[in-house]
Design a protein around this ligand. Structure first.
Ligand code: PLP
Length: 398
């Protein structure tokens, strides 16, 4: 292994180090640590012969620049040895749609876990359906039992571990083993844990996607997606990216590169703060239960412990039954927890959710109002004080 400054480290570097060192070519940047933001479409060729042969390090803006290459190098290092390539997309959803278009064709069947991100379902139920591709949804806790849902034309399985609202934890290893035995590709939306805490490509996943909008960016200021694939799947992803013209804007690519350098410290803090607030909420009389796979009381805990090395700051709570007006009074009182979609930034968020009307393979009836929380990087006592005031407002509204 050779590091970017040409020296050979004496032992394999840890992920936190690779996040800092990968993708750096200071000589090419005249000594500066970071590459510039290359804004570019046209790349000029020095001679007609070079032009005819497409002979150049970079050939066209859509196909990459030194900025995109630096980020791809970091993401490759983050994913580890099974990763044969990483594609960049303009959003997390674009990473998902590009992946599905890359691996599926008319007449194929796709299996998707019932707790998948809702826009993923919308893509399957509308666009894939229009192209003659059938999607079936499955219970995320099905494990090896997924075997019975396979058809001769099942081409791929898509999971989210854990689902980003309800946090059921699928058994990625068991489902992957069945998928591979049946000749299907295994796709994982790895946004929650990132490859830092869930090395999905090493656990049987062929294509690992992330909404880079979340923890890679880390500052709620970009839209971005990544598609990492092993050697078996990368040619399909690479081809789809070329044919579809998928690329990400240079400023967002730069901000993703800037964000990913500090991923390990941010995520460690989200993990710690998330768990502490989850435990604190679990002891509150207003809370029926906390949905967080890193809690040892969670049904998904054994799988989390086996397959993950950390948790992010996103989890949900089920409140004891109260009218929605009381929940809204709580949300309107919180000041540190903002109300808004997305997550993975430095700030805390709280939103109500209800997936009972669109799940099809499982019934979602938690027995009380549900809130999804993102625990940001604020001080924990301040966050608890904010939640205290919120619960007081909830009780006052009863
Ligand atoms: C946010 C999110 C996406 C989509 O990412 P965008 O960048 O918003 O398009 C996909 N999957 C999961 C799990 C997400 O949380």
């Amino acid at each position: 292994m050779t590091s970017s400054d040409g020296s050979t480290p004496s032992h394999p570097q840890q992920a936190a180090t690779r996040l800092v060192t990968a993708g750096r070519d200071t000589k090419a940047q005249k000594g500066f640590v970071n590459p510039p933001v290359f804004h570019g479409s046209t790349v000029l060729y020095p001679t007609a012969e070079d032009l005819h042969a497409h002979r150049a390090e970079f050939t066209y803006g859509r196909h990459g620049s030194p900025t995109t290459r630096a980020l791809q190098d970091v993401l490759m290092a983050l994913e580890g040895p099974p990763c044969a390539g990483v594609g960049l997309a303009p959003s997390g959803l674009a990473a998902i749609s590009t992946t599905l278009l890359a691996v599926l064709k008319t007449g194929d069947h796709l299996l998707v876990c019932d707790n998948a991100y809702r826009p993923t379902r919308n893509f399957c139920d509308n666009m894939l359906k229009r192209y003659g591709i059938e999607t079936s949804y499955f219970d995320p806790l099905i494990g090896a039992g997924i075997e019975t849902l396979f058809k001769p034309n099942t081409r791929a399985v898509l999971i989210e571990a854990p689902g980003s609202q309800t946090f059921e934890m699928p058994d990625v290893r068991a489902i992957s083993a069945v998928a591979h035995a049946r000749g299907a590709l295994m796709i994982d939306d790895n946004t929650w844990a990132t490859p830092l805490y869930h090395r999905s490509l090493e656990q049987g996943v062929d294509i690992s996607m992330q909404a880079g909008t979340k923890y890679i960016g880390g500052h709620s200021d970009i839209m971005f997606g990544t598609i990492a694939a092993n050697a078996k799947a990368w040619p399909l992803i690479q081809e789809a990216i070329r044919l579809l013209g998928v690329c990400a804007g240079p400023d967002d690519v730069y901000l993703a590169l800037r964000g990913v350098r500090t991923l390990s410290v941010r995520l460690a803090q989200h993990h710690r703060s998330g768990l502490e607030i989850a435990r604190w909420l679990g002891a509150r009389p207003e809370v029926d239960r906390v949905l967080h796979p890193a809690l040892d009381t969670d049904p998904g805990h054994a799988i989390w412990k086996r397959d993950f090395t950390g948790a992010s700051g996103l989890f949900s709570i089920v409140l004891k039954p109260v009218p929605q007006t009381a929940v809204d009074a709580m949300l309107n009182t919180l000041t540190l927890f903002g109300m808004g979609f997305s997550w993975g930034g430095f700030e805390s968020l709280a939103i109500p959710f209800d997936c009972s009307d669109y799940r099809t393979a499982t019934k979602w009836s938690p027995g009380g109002p549900t809130l999804r929380l993102h625990i940001g990087l604020e001080n924990l006592d301040d966050l608890k004080a904010d939640l205290d005031r919120g619960f007081a407002a909830l009780k006052a509204a009863l």
